[in-house]
Design a binder for this molecule. Structure first.
Ligand code: AMP
Ligand code: ZN
Length: 111
């Protein structure tokens, strides 16, 4: 499912060029355009889901796998040992500005 005016659907569908650090059947991972830390990645399901509020039972696999992708990417980016944050912003009051669900992986701060 895609939404015509959704930026992340366009990135997922390669209508807007973006460099993927990782891609599989269900996810893409790319760098945040406005990083809040030395490492700031976005883990984005290919399926268009507006926010955590819109998850259904059908999405259980996506929402468990997204953390497994996070774990894998943290190791690739070498922040697994130093530590990192995994964050979902939910709706406007929670700081969400792109309404296609995504998990922020943030880390890489100097000790
Ligand atoms: P959120 O506030 O959780 O919706 O996060 C959306 C994130 O997407 C923000 O951190 C933006 O900096 C980031 N962002 C917006 N447009 C792009 C883009 N074209 N490529 C990469 N990241 C983007
Ligand atoms: Zn979308």
């Amino acid at each position: 499912m895609t939404v015509d005016d959704c930026l992340f659907c366009k990135i997922v569908n390669k209508e807007i060029p973006s460099e993927f650090l990782y891609e599989d059947d269900a996810f893409v991972v790319f760098r945040d355009i406005n990083p809040q830390a030395p490492v700031h990645l976005l883990i984005v399901p290919k399926k268009h889901i507006r926010s955590i509020n819109d998850l259904t039972d059908d999405d259980k696999e996506i929402i468990s796998e997204i953390f497994m992708v996070g774990k894998k990417i943290a190791k690739i980016e070498n922040v697994n040992k130093s530590g990192y944050k995994l964050v979902f912003n939910v709706e406007k009051g929670g700081g969400q500005v792109i309404f296609h669900i995504h998990l922020h992986l943030i880390g890489g701060w100097k000790k």
